[in-house]
Design a protein around this ligand. Structure first.
Ligand SMILES: Cc1cc2nc3c(=O)[nH]c(=O)nc-3n(C[C@H](O)[C@H](O)[C@H](O)COP(=O)(O)O)c2cc1C
Length: 135
């Protein structure tokens, strides 16, 4: 079973996750203040405050980073060079591969691409693999 840990404030990441789990049957866990990752999985978050990582995501990663295989970030291309920057920052800061970035709640193409990346480019290789650097 693939586990997805996600952070969402205004619902875009939530909508993306809803579509992914509808298609795949994977298990999604919403990150709250004290969420613990009991299973290995993937992080999906969004970008806030001029290219920043959301506080809940940061706290989650400070505690659970060793359980996370890859990071994906939502953003808005209106933010130019800061588009989805939380994904790059998590990747660099916690040394995990960036799977991809998508805009708002993602298009069907984004959803299929995400599923494909998680399934095929990362399945059982070791954590810390840079194989996912496709974004
Ligand atoms: C205050 C604020 C700051 C934002 N800053 C950025 C940013 O720097 N870069 C970016 O790509 N998107 C930025 N966004 C857009 C969000 O990342 C985007 O809307 C995302 O889909 C929100 O996910 P959520 O609806 O799951 O919370 C910002 C949004 C808000 C409200």
């Amino acid at each position: 079973m693939v586990h997805l840990y996600y952070d969402s404030r205004t619902g875009n990441v939530q909508r993306f996750i809803n579509k992914v789990i509808q298609i795949t049957g994977w298990e999604a866990h919403k990150i709250e203040d004290n969420t613990e990752a009991n299973e290995f999985g993937h992080l999906i978050t969004y970008t806030t405050r001029i290219g920043s990582i959301p506080d809940k995501t940061k706290h989650f990663m400070d505690v659970n980073a060793e359980k996370i295989f890859s990071v994906t970030s939502s953003g808005n291309t209106n933010w130019g060079k800061n588009f989805g920057l939380a994904g790059n920052k998590v990747s660099e800061g916690y040394d995990i591969p960036l799977a991809m970035k998508f805009e708002l709640s993602g298009t069907m193409e984004d959803i299929n691409k995400f599923i494909d990346i998680i399934k095929n480019q990362y399945n059982d290789s070791k954590r810390g693999s840079k194989k996912l650097d496709t974004a």
